[in-house]
Design a protein around this ligand. Structure first.
Ligand code: RB5
Length: 145
């Protein structure tokens, strides 16, 4: 995968981790579009997840990162948008295989589940791993159809 532009969003529970990850991604030469939220004031995560999902399916090879308390609400919501393959990951192996086998295009993280260092490692491997295609392409196509 050769993505250099990342769209990122969070609710209030994910706000602090999002701030850390934006800085980290920028340091690693990614262009980051932050779609909110923009403070720690309470916000409903489905609004952010739907907004991000809509942007990710608009362009080719677009990727997004969503952060809430557990990653779960963002994940459930993002997957309602056709073409989105969102995964919630708390370990690097799941992040790696979600790219290799599932061509995941949205990564969901739980700020109350993973620490900053692990979140950075998960992002790293998820962004650097390419889809394997081949038999996995057939399966991913079956998801969509
Ligand atoms: C907010 O308290 C929390 O419910 C939300 O961040 C998320 O964890 C939902 O899945």
């Amino acid at each position: 995968m050769n993505v250099k532009k990342i769209i990122i969003g969070s609710d209030h529970a994910g706000y602090d981790l999002k701030t850390v990850l934006i800085e980290y991604l920028k340091e690693n030469h990614y262009k980051v579009e932050d779609i909110g939220c923009f403070s720690k004031e309470s916000v409903d995560y489905p609004i952010i997840a739907k907004k991000l999902a809509g942007k990710v399916i608009q362009g080719e090879d677009k990727k997004g990162i969503l952060i809430c308390g557990t990653g779960i609400g963002m994940n459930i919501t993002a997957n309602k948008t056709k073409g989105i393959r969102a995964v919630v990951c708390s370990d690097t192996t799941s992040a790696k295989y979600s790219r290799l086998h599932n061509d995941s295009n949205v990564l969901c993280l739980g700020a109350r589940i993973v620490g900053e260092y692990l979140a950075k490692d998960i992002c790293d491997i998820w962004l650097k791993t390419s889809f394997e295609g081949d038999r996995h392409l057939r399966r991913v196509t079956l998801i969509e159809n």
